[in-house]
Design a protein around this ligand. Structure first.
Ligand code: SF4
Ligand code: MG
Length: 274
């Protein structure tokens, strides 16, 4: 294993994250997974949108793009199309991925483009001061739901699986070794891979919902997590306040840039149907 500091832009420190925020743990897990898989950092591009999570690529010593809100997957698709040999990773938050970026997410999954997306999922808009997101559980509090959230949240893993993603997994910041393993498998997977990592925002979500600081929020993850294999024998009532973690889905389908390469070959007279 290389020294993890070799993957960081130390000149960008100190980072902006609050004390107790989970996002550093998720970034650390991503870096460890990149190291585990052995990706060449000079052939790896990390793309983000906007939000607390999306500041991570600024601290990572790769070719990085900090783009516009919700659009990381659109930029990443362009990068992958321009050079399919590159490893392309998207870092996104739950608001960035599932609200303004929701269409980009489902269509990237539908196309099965070879991009690994890691969602730093803290169930709230952290950077803009704690508004509820499509991932805020029903009944929870946010600055814009002071009397409780009446929306039903997405199950992001089911959403991207239904849209066509070929690798889908979930973990939490408490389960850091699992997170490393799942992201490593996502990076090694050929096709659209999505890893939802529950991360704590003690500043807004933890305080508003009286869960406590970063440590208490991670203990909450510990006490509410259920391995996916075990969850299959549980009723919806038993799963109501649980977080299902582990590998949800893995399959093989044609990858989008590979299919597009075949179209180019056919158009240029090199393909079997030219
Ligand atoms: Fe982390 Fe929340 Fe602070 Fe943003 S506001 S850095 S998500 S703790
Ligand atoms: Mg968020």
């Amino acid at each position: 294993m290389a020294c993890l500091e070799d993957y960081l832009r130390k000149g960008s420190m100190p980072h902006i994250w609050c004390a107790g925020c989970g996002h550093g743990i998720v970034m650390n897990s991503l870096i460890r997974a990149i190291d585990k898989v052995g990706l060449d950092k000079n052939r790896t591009v990390v793309v983000s949108g906007i939000g607390c999570s999306s500041r991570a690529p600024g601290y990572m010593d790769f070719d990085t793009l900090h783009t516009t809100h919700g659009r990381a997957l659109a930029f990443a698709t362009g990068v992958k199309f321009a050079n399919p040999e590159l490893n392309v990773i998207v870092i996104t938050g739950d608001g960035d991925a599932s609200a303004i970026g929701g269409n980009h997410l489902i269509h990237a999954a539908r196309r099965n483009i070879d991009i690994t997306t890691v969602c730093f999922d803290n169930s709230i808009y952290g950077m803009t001061s704690g508004q509820f997101s499509p991932m805020t559980p029903t009944g929870r509090f946010a600055t814009t739901t002071p009397y409780g959230n009446i929306d039903q949240p997405f199950d992001l893993c089911e959403l991207v699986k239904g849209a066509g993603a070929t690798y889908v997994a979930r973990s939490t910041t408490y389960h850091a070794p699992l997170t490393v393993n799942l992201i490593a498998k996502a990076l090694a997977h050929k096709g659209f891979a999505f890893v939802d990592v529950l991360s704590q925002c003690p500043t807004y979500y933890g305080r508003r919902n009286k869960i406590g600081g970063g440590v208490e929020m991670m203990k909450w993850f510990r006490d509410h997590a259920v391995q996916v294999q075990k969850s299959r024998g549980m009723s919806p009532e038993e799963l109501a306040d649980k977080i299902v973690i582990g590998e949800m889905h893995s399959s093989v389908k044609p990858e989008y840039t590979g299919e597009y390469r075949k179209i180019i070959d056919r158009a240029q007279g090199r393909g079997p149907e030219s």
